[in-house]
Ligand binder design. Structure first.
Ligand code: HEM
Length: 187
C-alpha cells in the first residue's frame, strides 16, 4: 500500500462511510450530510450532491523525536483493518497565537506539557490514525485527523478525547468538529 499525498474528504449523500454523528466542539459547524467518501489523489472528481469537501496532504512529522517514532512504529497499525468498522474525522484549526510560537515552544506545549504522544500511545494499536495537513492549502482547517477503530474501542477513543481536550495544547484550538462514521457494509 503506498501512502497518498493528497486526500479529499467529501461529504454528501453517498460514499463508503455513513455519518452517524457530528459534534461541533468549538467554532462554526459544517453543513449537514449523511455520507462521506475519502478520495486520494490531487484532483479528484467531486461526488454528486457534495455538501462540503475538505482537502489535506500527508506530510513529514514536525514534533516527534526518535524514541517516540520508534515507540509509535512498534505499536501502531494501518488503516482499513477489517474489524475497524468505525471512524472519526476530526478537522481542527489552531489559533494565530499557536502559529506565532517558535517550533521549540510548540513542541514543549504539545508533548512536555500536554503529553499528546504519551497519551495517544496508550490507545495503540486499538486506534489507527492518519494526520493530514491543510493549513498550507489555504483550507478552513489546519489539520484533518482521521481515526479508525473497532466498535468495542469507541469508549476508549472517547476517553482519550476527554484527556487531550483538557490539555494545554487544546487551549490553542479554535475550531474543531468531531464527525463519527460507520463503514457502509454494502461498499
Ligand atoms: C490515537 C492516538 C494518537 C496518537 C498516537 C497521536 C500521535 C500524534 C503524533 C505523533 C503527532 C505529531 C506528528 C508530528 O510530529 O508532526 C500528532 C499530531 C497531531 N495530532 Fe495526534 N495522536 C493521537 C490522537 C489524536 C487525536 C484523538 C486528535 C484529535 C482530536 C489528534 C490530533 C492531532 C493534531 C491536530 C496533530 C497536529 C498537531 C500540530 O502539528 O500542531 N491526535 N499526533
Amino acid at each position: 500500500v503506498t501512502t497518498p499525498l493528497h486526500v479529499t474528504f467529501a461529504a454528501g449523500d453517498c460514499g463508503a462511510w455513513r455519518i452517524t454523528g457530528v459534534s461541533t466542539i468549538v467554532g462554526p459547524t459544517l453543513p449537514p450530510a449523511t455520507a462521506l467518501c475519502v478520495l486520494e489523489g490531487p484532483d479528484p472528481a467531486a461526488p454528486p450532491n457534495c455538501a462540503w469537501s475538505l482537502r489535506g496532504v500527508i506530510s513529514n512529522t514536525r514534533y516527534t523525536q526518535r524514541g517516540e517514532v520508534d515507540a509509535l512504529t512498534s505499536r501502531q497499525e494501518g488503516l482499513r483493518r477489517t474489524q475497524a468498522t468505525h471512524a472519526a474525522l476530526i478537522p481542527m484549526r489552531k489559533t494565530d497565537a499557536w502559529w506565532a510560537l517558535a517550533q521549540d515552544e510548540r513542541r514543549a506545549i504539545f508533548e512536555e506539557q500536554s503529553h499528546h504522544i504519551g497519551i495517544g500511545l496508550e490507545y495503540l494499536p486499538a486506534v489507527a490514525r492518519r494526520l493530514h495537513h491543510s493549513r498550507e492549502l489555504g483550507e478552513p482547517f489546519d489539520f484533518l485527523t482521521w481515526f479508525e477503530f473497532a466498535p468495542e474501542h469507541e469508549a476508549a477513543f472517547d476517553a482519550m478525547l476527554v484527556r487531550l481536550r483538557a490539555s494545554p495544547e487544546w487551549a490553542y484550538v479554535d475550531r474543531e468538529i468531531d464527525i463519527r462514521l460507520l463503514r457502509d457494509p454494502e461498499r
